[in-house]
Design a protein around this ligand. Sequence first.
Ligand code: ADP
Ligand code: ZN
Length: 732
Amino acid sequence: MPPSNPDFFDEGALVAVLTAQPLDRPLDYLAPEGGCHPGAFVEVPLGPRKVLGVVWGPGKGGFDLKKARSIIRVLDVAPMRDEMQEFLRRAADYTLTPMPAMLRLATRAPGLSNPPSMQKVYRLGEGEPTRITDARTRVFEVLRSYGGLGFTLKELSDQAGVTSSVVKGLVSQGAVREEDTPRDMPFAHLDPDLPSKALTEDQEAAAEALRKGLRSGAYGTTLLRGVTGSGKTEVYLEAVAEALRQGRQALVLLPEIALTAEFLNRVEVRFGARPAEWHSGVTMTERRRTWKMVGQGGAQMVVGARSALFLPFQNLGLIIVDEEHDTSYKQEDGVLYNARDMAVLRAAICGARVVLASATPSLESWANAEAGKYDRLELNARFGAAVMPELAAIDMRGQKLPSNRWISPSLQAAANARIAKGEQALLFLNRRGYAPTTICRACGHQIGCEQCDARMVEHRFQKRLICHQCGESAPLPTTCPSCGAEDRLAAVGPGVERLAEEAAALFPEARIAVLSSDLFGSARALKEQIEEIAKGAADIIIGTQLVAKGHNFPLLTLVGVIDADLGLQGSDLRAAERTFQLMRQVAGRAGRAERRGTALLQTFQPEHPVIRAILAGDEEGFWRAEADARRHAGVPPYGRMAGIILSSPDMQVVFDIGEDLARRDGPLRAVGAQVFGPAPAPIARIRGRHRVRLLVKAPKGAALQGAVAAWVAQVRLPPQARLSVDIDPQSF
Ligand code: ADP
Ligand code: ZN
């Protein structure tokens, strides 16, 4: 019998290895020559293949040991720590996700099993160049800029904007040194003791509270609430500094890749070097390096997207979730998890601190702070002279706009006044493309996606129709696909591209920039555009919710919301919360520097309670009213919910399974839970699959996961059908 918790397995011992393959449990293998530690990353044979796995514990045995296969080899990466194993287990239990899928999240670094390889890097040399040119000067500037960090030839020549022969020339003269180093090298050192900005009294008090939390060495979560521009980032960077001083790692989660560039610059100014990055825009090689260095302590700080939570931190001390209310923290396919909640779980397991930063917290976090589960810190004033914008509604019922016009005369006049003073105006419309609907004037047909329950959206710059659900696209047709009429297709409703057209007509002298995620080929192009705009390269900015998220435009003093009612349609109980947050975020873009800003909301329902709360700026009042409504309905955060999505190419099949499940609700009733549905899912068809949803509602303390697991285990799915469980769904 192997001991239950050995700290080493000798060669030939039977061990259980968890792989990311869809198997229902870890498989037994023999420990390889030299033995292995629990948690070791290994390569094992599986059928004819070799796959990555983790030594999960002692083997179960119960079969002919002569048939057992051996682990092929132990990989040269740090073993998975116990706390990471526990995190994956508990996250799996919470989200009702099989362990292999969790492990896949935790090993998303291609080429982990490749042996360490060498690469050439370049640093400043001792020699003097024979001749100084502009190109050579740029090379030296780059080499000096990151505190002696080595660059690959490509990084160096790209950043300096020179050809590789310029670098090679400097190498031959000894002015640049070429060295062989392991490919996965540590990240440049971040120095927490470089001078920081002088914080205001409020900011300093908040920073000190966070530092104190870190010094306690115990888990804790703090909700850091402060209006946009109040210095939340400055404050939490001081918490990061404290973690770094303690020799612990810090993770900063951002909701949007487009925000990382600006943030990385701020980190570099504060700590003298750039942190590791982890998101879909990072190259494969760089990801592998980050993954390994996070595990070995060669990365002090990581800035990333939600999946960075699954990196193998060696000594994690602090997790910041910036814009914690943002819906993009919820992963909506594969493993359905909310990174904000998982950050709290991870921190609780490893004794780290969490800071949830937002100008407009989620109702969940607000309620947790009210209940005393989270500490609360507030920054009420904007930094410097900046004050909160003045808010007003434009009642669209009185505006008598001609058809196909969306900018009211009042908004136009306000924008003109700002532009005349050399300031900027933002026209906000949360709709990408030219027009949301394309309709045939002959037969009334609306062009929809063939695979989804969604309209095809015209994108005029690209001259295509695009489905925003599945990404399917087609050239703009000239004849109606339904009745064949020629040239009778009409664009209905506005998207940002169409709004830009209207603005060009209304403001003929103004320079107009459109910021929408689909208009930029790369994150870099977008970043450059944002920087240009910040410097004043545009008078009018037309944008989707991309601009609502944290960019600084110092000259921007007017925000015009084209359709403040947009998010209030539909039956989603979270609509009010989302609209409130989005409108406050957008309004917060106005007047960040010395000039007072104004936000004007075009609305057809100025008496709507949500619109009134936004205008009054009565945040506490809004949250209380919203909390009462949710408490009354027994929905989160005052009750628990789970969504079950059934999907199949055949609509009848999924409805039948759904009804069958709804009838067999015994396991749910046993914990006081109720089931609703089946009903068409919020997206009723996607990529050719029909989707129905059942919603389970349970009292706050109920053992929801266990009941749901037992409940769904009762059905057998036909081959084409799929079932996925969404604990804490975003919409209900
Ligand atoms: P938030 O994260 O709350 O939106 P930021 O931390 O981004 O606020 O601060 C808004 C702007 O004000 C930034 O440009 C920031 O550098 C500046 N700022 C905030 N606090 C200070 C300070 N104490 N000293 C100097 N600049 C500050
Ligand atoms: Zn589609």
